[in-house]
Design a protein around this ligand. Sequence first.
Ligand code: FAD
Length: 445
Amino acid sequence: MKKSVKAFSHCSYTKFLLLLNVQKYDISFKQILSPYYMKIAIVGGGAAGFFLAIHLKQAVPENRVIIFERAGRVLAKVRVSGGGRCNLTNSFAHVDDLSHIYPRGARLMKRLLREFSHEDAYRWFEAHGVKLVTQDDDCVFPAVQDSAAVISCLTHQAGRLGVEVRLGHPVKAVKRHEEGGLEVLFSGEGHSAERFDRVAVTTGGAPRSEGFDYLAALGHKMETPCPSLYTFSILHKDLTAMMGLVVEAAQVSIPGTKFRSRGALLITHWGLSGPAILKLSSYAARHLHDAGYRSPLQVSWAGEVNMETVRGYLQKMLSDNPRKQLGTLHPYGLQQRLWLYLLRRCGLCEEQLCGELGGKSLNRLANVLTADAYAIEGKGTYRDEFVTCGGVALSSVNALTMESRHCAGLYFAGEVLDVDAVTGGFNFQAAWTTAFVAARAMAAR
Ligand SMILES: Cc1cc2nc3c(=O)[nH]c(=O)nc-3n(C[C@H](O)[C@H](O)[C@H](O)COP(=O)(O)OP(=O)(O)OC[C@H]3O[C@@H](n4cnc5c(N)ncnc54)[C@H](O)[C@@H]3O)c2cc1C
């Protein structure tokens, strides 16, 4: 799979670029492509909206493309993303299976990444003046380590191509117009409705479903939105007393479900965080939402879930060190503070000699190292990244074009779709990819 992810073909993107070059010189070809020029609305001035608008204008400069943004500024999430540095994509170097990256939308992304991959995104940003760096953890950032570089690239390209941006324009609905095309209805004063040939909805993740009512009314299936990528609140004083402690290779899971994840685990003053927890919150986003964010949690501090393997490992360690005190051991490289806590949790004394530990105590220790039990009591916050799972169901969208299956001329891109990823730049990649595919389809007639 690693190879196949790397080998995502650039054929389609290259063809599209060729098309753009042909268009520069061949007016008649452009006219075949677009017998009359279109007026296109893009609802939402975020990453997906801007990328889509830019590619639309590049394809057919004569089309009128207007971004309607409800807020007073565009690209607000790009600004705060990645702690202000904007992790805009990933090298995918260690991605074996896209379903581990995109808990919702993996099949769609597998198909669409062949049209516009992480490498295409990398090349596009570098070609448009944003030098990039790939970190050791595969995350890609602007070399200047500032999201402003991405914002000024997108706004500059949009401005240069003549994309119009209207701020303070909250769209309340999109409807079919009786004389053809689509009608965009605005809430707020001064502007009520406007007719367009095509409309793209790129409004991002909505924490509540009310914003989706008009899409449901048009016949789209909507997946209930709920948060993803958050930390767990665990009311356990002895655990949270170790805040700041990191276990590099833990495994966490939700008992009775298939949801589990591996990675670094961070103990915080409110519970647990770190990549392993964020991933689990993403995999189990809908399950935890439905459970009211209360659930049992199992932690393997050893990173190993086979109790017999851990028991054997401990037994060897004990018999190799019969005269040592239990508290002096460091099984699985665990920090001493954590190990002493786990000994206390098993009712064992740190001064006890290793050679004197009985079978039952050994079992208790193996159990706490592989399947330590906690209770998730709520959802913590995670300020670096946060996405919404849910939105427009993929069954309502044509996967080749991003066009609605229920309303001709209406397209979707970005987080408004039921596509979301774990941390690492994959959410922006989904925005660039879906926007590119939608733009290509919208530009063609
Ligand atoms: C704090 C934070 C950090 C993040 N960091 C990263 C990261 O480093 N890497 C990564 O890959 N992902 C990151 N993400 C996720 C990423 O930001 C989103 O997945 C991405 O922004 C989605 O792009 P989008 O264009 O679909 O939606 P958005 O960026 O949310 O843009 C949607 C736009 O539509 C506007 N809008 C909404 N409703 C309407 C309406 N009715 N009318 C008009 N306009 C409307 C909104 O105001 C907004 O400007 C982060 C998210 C957060 C919150």
